[in-house]
Write a protein that binds this ligand. Structure first.
Ligand SMILES: Nc1ncnc2c1ncn2[C@@H]1O[C@H](COP(=O)(O)OP(=O)(O)OP(=O)(O)O)[C@@H](O)[C@H]1O
Ligand SMILES: [Mg+2]
Length: 469
């Protein structure tokens, strides 16, 4: 990972730097070339002013050809240019380089004569009709004497020679580009190491540790950038992983504990009967106790299976139109024996005869059964149980009240947890502590809410919502 990210960054920066340098170089060389040619032009123009009067004097017969050749050779060497003089018809009569002596007497200028005659200078680039082996830059300046066109001065300079100076500039530009790339590679290396690569490696290391089971490991990156945010999200993900892991361990230990005690007692009773420790006439009694324990185990396992199925969303809810009042009536009838045993007074208050809601019949029965079961179990002996249904807006509110002691404040937020039993002394042996978790899971799946209210010195009310149809 380290190599990949770094080389990608370096590659990107190198490309950016190279592109910007190419553009700068192109711009600079264009500007520099035209500047250089302009300079050269004005230099040659000055020199032409030196040659011009002598040429006129020669044409008038006042100066010898040797003198004019001497001046041309001198100026030609001095400005490293090849200089030719032509008369007003374009015929060459003097050259600075003796190598071109054969041109004397030939007509070189034809078309340009028009331009020159009206006083314009002419500029050309090329091999000049194969008279030169290499490309030259030619500059033609007319000579005037008292307003009469008297011929022209032609000055040729090798383009390679001109470009030689430019080459130096390009070299400097490219050397500085390479230098800039090297420096930026070093800077990128340090910066990317500091702000990206090292923090990522840290996160990677911790992720690896967590995946191997060390869920308490966290990343300590305090930066306020995206990497810092990533580290923060990573840590909160690790928190929830740890929580899940804790719950899992707790759940397993709870389940094992709940299963161990009935199994131990069943084993004890049956062992006692087999060994003959339990007298024959008591056998039946102990067998019935063992049977009760087995029933408890069965209930526990069924509840657990239900809960995990609901939480995994495996129970496909069959939503239909149900009369919640009818469900409550059926449930109350189911508990008749228990109600009578405890001499409870049960009131069912319904505002209308029927209250239709959208829910799954079996699951809703489970919710109502669990709540009424709790009210009967935890309500006071000979106490009151009140079940109300009413409608509010598009919701139906169902509440189950029982008088008796309130649930202690510190237990309130835990009673929805699996295996949580608030008052250990009052909960019967048959309790598993799964009832309310099942209730809440079902209502959550239905998208509904449930809450609990302690009424000081009176009792406890559980209220849940359902969607009316
Ligand atoms: N109506 C109530 N009045 C007082 N305490 C209650 C009431 N309902 C629940 N509790 C408390 O909340 C705890 C959790 O209830 P829950 O229904 O989840 O488990 P349980 O009744 O102990 O076991 P199960 O419902 O599986 O038989 C109970 O042990 C009890 O202490
Ligand atoms: Mg219960």
């Amino acid at each position: 990972m380290r190599k990949g990210l770094f080389s990608k960054l370096v590659f990107t920066f190198t490309v950016i730097i190279a592109i910007s340098f190419v553009m700068t170089a192109a711009f600079l060389s264009y500007w520099f070339e035209s500047y250089y040619f302009d300079q050269r032009k004005s230099q040659l123009e000055t020199e032409a002013q030196l040659i011009g009067p002598t040429a006129i004097q020669y044409l008038q017969g006042n100066v010898s050809i040797d003198r004019i050749n001497e001046i041309l050779t001198y100026v030609g060497n001095y400005s490293s240019a090849d200089i030719w003089l032509t008369d007003s018809y374009g015929y060459v009569y003097a050259v600075s380089d003796s190598g071109h002596k054969n041109l004397i007497g030939t007509q070189i200028l034809t078309k340009e004569l028009e331009e020159l005659r009206i006083g314009h200078t002419v500029e050309k680039k090329g091999v000049f009709g194969n008279m030169f082996k290499i490309p030259v830059h030619t500059f033609e300046i007319p000579i005037y004497s008292r307003g009469i066109f008297n011929g022209a001065i032609m000055m040729h300079t090798s383009i390679d020679e001109l470009r030689g100076a430019l080459k130096k500039v390009y070299e400097i530009i490219w050397i500085s580009a390479v230098f800039a790339i090297i420096v930026s590679c070093i800077v990128i290396y340090y910066i990317s190491q500091r702000i990206i690569i090292r923090p990522l490696a840290k996160i990677n290391y911790v992720a690896d540790k967590i995946s191997k089971g060390e869920v308490e490991k966290r990343v300590s990156i305090k930066s306020k950038d995206e990497i810092g945010t990533l580290a923060k999200s990573f840590n909160s993900m690790a928190d929830s992983l740890e929580e899940v892991e804790k719950n899992r361990r707790e759940f397993i230990s709870n389940v094992s504990h709940e299963i161990r005690s009935p199994i131990t007692s069943i084993k004890g009773f049956i062992g006692g009967i087999l060994d003959g420790v339990i007298p024959k006439e008591k056998e039946n009694y102990y067998l019935s106790v063992a049977y009760e324990e087995i029933q408890r185990l069965t209930r526990l396992v069924n509840d657990l299976l239900d809960l995990s199925a609901i939480e995994a969303g495996q129970f496909k809810l069959r939503i239909e139109e149900i009369d919640i009042n009818e469900i409550i009536r059926i449930c109350v009838i189911k508990f008749e024996t228990k109600i009578k045993e405890k001499k409870l007074k049960v009131d069912v208050l319904m505002h209308e005869d029927r209250l239709y809601v959208a829910a799954d019949r079996d699951r809703l029965t489970q919710v109502v059964t669990n709540l009424i079961d709790n009210a009967i179990k935890y309500g006071a002996e000979e106490g009151n149980v009140r079940i109300c249904t009413r409608s509010k807006g598009d919701k139906a509110l169902i509440s189950v009240f029982n008088d008796g002691p309130c649930i202690p404040k510190e237990d309130l937020k835990h009673i929805w947890n699996r295996f949580y039993k608030a008052d250990k002394s009052r909960t019967s042996k048959m309790s598993t502590g799964l009832g309310l978790s099942i209730v809440r899971s079902i209502l959550t799946q239905l998208g509904e809410d449930i809450w609990i209210e302690n009424k000081e010195n009176q009792g406890v009310t559980f209220t849940f919502t359902l969607k009316k149809v």
